[in-house]
Design a protein around this ligand. Structure first.
Ligand code: ASP
Ligand code: MG
Length: 405
């Protein structure tokens, strides 16, 4: 029998209307004869009663005094509430379902509280409940150490629960239900004619997620990719099938891999560009700079190393510390705050000439300076001023014909 994992996000579960749609999707698949594991997030967003951020808020004023082990106990409550509420709704409609916490579902993790990694999934309990014909509801975002401590997987971790459970049970598909109609060619708040994509590859969505698109947690995609389990990112509130995510080859076989070089755009704001010029011809300037950043766990990006100096970026939050470190080393760094990183992503750009030329032309025609650039075989990144972001995204979207998707 086919097995499906359905994951519902916080906005899908936060009110009666959302939960009505959640039930609708579960019951449709159940009546089609599928085995179903439902993975839930905590209800709602920050400010709403049982959201993860609201739980954190309960102890924020106590000077962050809650130890990380107990913090994970607190955070686990959100998913438990949405799972049990959903269970009661299913029972009210006559569908037998059972709630399993991460630990009860057999999701074993290491003991890094707050950012635990899954090390194993013991699937017998989920299997047994499925064999009894029950809809199995698993609380997302949590697991258990081998000695029975509750852990959480890091923010956004219920996506990871869904694909990890899907991989363990060898599911036919993992459906990630959210409040948007799948993956779009760009963020619709910035690009008015952004279009939904019928299909993307695992690599493409990983790049999008790592570069600021908040569609799905990148770790969740990596797990699905390794196991070769297709994902659909789709809306709770509509009938649309959303965006299929799978291997490029599988998309080709299905005839839905279009001849596209660029698939979509993503962006990150709040980036600071730093530069250190090697005036004194120091042999170890690069080493000094990057060792200092590494020691203070400052993540660096857009790294350009030349004999004449280094250029790189850090996040807005890390900027004061990075500056202090560079000045402490006796450097007078060049600094440019308020930058944005725009990613032009496409699994089909590998070896295709002319992609960078289109980017440069689109931005030059809009008089937008490129402050730095970098590339891989599936992505070209450009650093620009945040003030130019809206215009740059729109210009690139049009230049690559993404509005015609
Ligand atoms: N509720 C958790 C969070 O807000 C996990 C998730 O929603 O994926 O981060
Ligand atoms: Mg999420």
């Amino acid at each position: 029998m086919e097995l499906i994992v359905q994951k519902f996000g916080g906005t899908s579960l936060s009110d009666e209307q959302g939960r009505y749609h959640v039930l609708r999707h579960i019951i449709r698949e159940y009546e089609a004869g599928l085995n179903i594991v439902v993975v839930v997030s905590a209800m709602g967003r920050s400010g709403e009663p049982y959201a993860t951020d609201s739980l954190l808020e309960l102890v924020r004023h106590n000077g962050n005094s809650l130890p990380s082990r107990e913090r994970d106990l607190l955070l686990s409550c959100g998913e438990l509430i949405s799972a049990t509420v959903l269970c009661s709704l299913l029972h009210a409609k006559g569908f037998s379902s059972v709630v399993l916490t991460g630990g009860q579902a057999g999701i074993m993790t290491d003991d890094r509280f707050g950012s635990a990694r899954i090390i194993d999934i013991k699937q017998h309990k989920m299997r047994r409940q499925l064999e009894e014909g029950k809809i199995v509801i698993v609380t997302g975002f949590q697991g258990m150490t081998t000695d029975g401590e509750m852990t959480t997987l890091g923010r956004g971790g219920s996506d990871t629960t869904a694909t990890a459970v899907g991989a363990a049970l060898n599911a036919d598909i993992v459906d990630i239900y959210t409040d948007v109609d799948g993956i779009l060619t760009a963020d619709p708040r910035w690009v008015s004619d952004a279009k939904p994509l019928a299909a993307v590859s695992y690599e493409e969505i990983c790049n999008m997620a790592q570069n600021g698109a908040k569609v799905i947690h990148p770790r969740a995609v990596e797990i699905a990719m390794k196991a070769g389990i297709p994902i659909r990112v789709r809306s709770t509130f509509s009938e649309g099938e959303g965006t299929l995510v799978t291997h490029t080859q599988a998309l080709r076989n299905k005839g839905i891999w279009f001849d596209r070089t660029v698939t979509g755009l993503a962006h990150v704001r709040g980036v600071t560009q730093l530069g250190v010029i090697n005036h004194d011809g120091l042999a170890d300037l690069q080493l000094r700079v990057f060792r200092a950043m590494a020691r203070h766990e400052i993540s660096v990006d857009f790294i350009n190393v030349m004999p004449t100096g280094v250029h790189y970026t850090v996040s807005e939050d890390d900027t004061p510390m990075a500056l202090q470190l560079l000045q402490g080393l006796g450097f007078e760094p060049h600094i440019r705050k308020g930058c944005a990183k725009v990613s032009v992503i496409g699994g089909g750009m590998n070896g295709e000439p002319g992609v960078m030329a289109v980017i440069v032309e689109a931005l030059t025609n809009s008089s937008i300076p490129i402050l730095q650039s970098a590339d891989s075989n599936t992505t070209i990144w450009v650093l620009i001023s945040e003030n130019d972001l809206a215009e740059a995204l729109q210009a690139l979207h049009t230049a690559f014909g993404l509005h015609l998707t």
